[in-house]
Design a protein around this ligand. Structure first.
Ligand code: SAM
Length: 215
């Protein structure tokens, strides 16, 4: 895997900072995990631009600054167990693995999970467990989670995911219709209830039910 040249990397990190990714640990994780290996084919040469790009199965790898802002908003600590719903390319899970104790990531497309898992192995990221399934039901066997990051848009924060969040936990989820601009929401769970913060407008592919047909 070839690393980007230093100038490209510097511009990439500059774009992240200028779009609000200021947490030094998140920036360090994003400096350690190159985006290049997660983008394939004709889009590979655009891997260090701050834009979403197509991946297999009709899905997308998210815009790097949005990945950074979501990760930053989740306030991850090194003891945390994190669930990511929507593995996609595996890029965000790889970044989360540098910040958390353990990362579970799930996608409804077996092909995406297979390709992401090969990258996690190649990059020596042993604290990621990747699974195929409908992540809107969460992972009851591994719950509860300190943090949950959903990288596909739901009409409402999914109930099973809220139930699988620890008290003191944080969930980041884009909420809204799939064909419109959605709102990125941070949910904080306390002993007494849930508190919702609207973070910013975003555009994500929809959180769909069931398993995907691989292409
Ligand atoms: N986090 C990814 C990355 O770093 O490349 C980007 C994720 S992409 C924007 C959204 C992903 O959510 C797609 O790969 C899609 O297959 C997945 N997805 C949609 N609905 C899902 C569901 N119910 N369970 C699991 N994954 C789902």
């Amino acid at each position: 895997m070839t690393a980007p040249d230093p100038e490209t990397k510097m511009q990439f990190l500059f774009a992240l900072r200028s779009r609000g990714v200021t947490d030094s640990q998140v920036l360090e994780a994003m400096e350690q995990i190159d985006r290049g290996p997660f983008v394939r084919g004709i889009f590979a040469e655009r891997a260090y631009e701050d834009m979403p790009l197509p991946i297999a199965c009709g899905q997308t790898i998210s815009q790097p600054s949005v990945v950074g802002l979501m990760t930053q908003a989740a306030q991850i600590s090194p003891r945390d167990t994190v669930l990511e719903v929507g593995t996609g390319s595996g890029y965000q899970a790889a970044i989360l693995s540098k910040l958390a104790r353990r990362v579970y990531t799930i996608d409804r497309h077996a092909r995406l999970v297979r390709e992401a898992r090969a990258l996690f192995d190649a990059l020596h990221l042993p604290n990621i467990t990747s699974l195929v399934g409908d992540g809107s039901h969460g992972l009851p066997d591994q719950a509860p989670f300190d943090r949950i990051i959903v990288t596909a848009a739901a009409e409402d924060p999914p109930g099973p995911l809220l139930a699988q969040l620890k008290p003191g936990g944080i969930m980041i989820v884009p909420v809204g219709q799939s064909d419109t601009v959605q709102t990125l929401i941070r949910v904080r769970k306390s002993e007494t209830g849930l508190e919702y913060d609207e973070l910013r407008p975003v555009r994500f592919v929809p959180l769909l039910e069931g398993l995907g047909k691989d292409t």
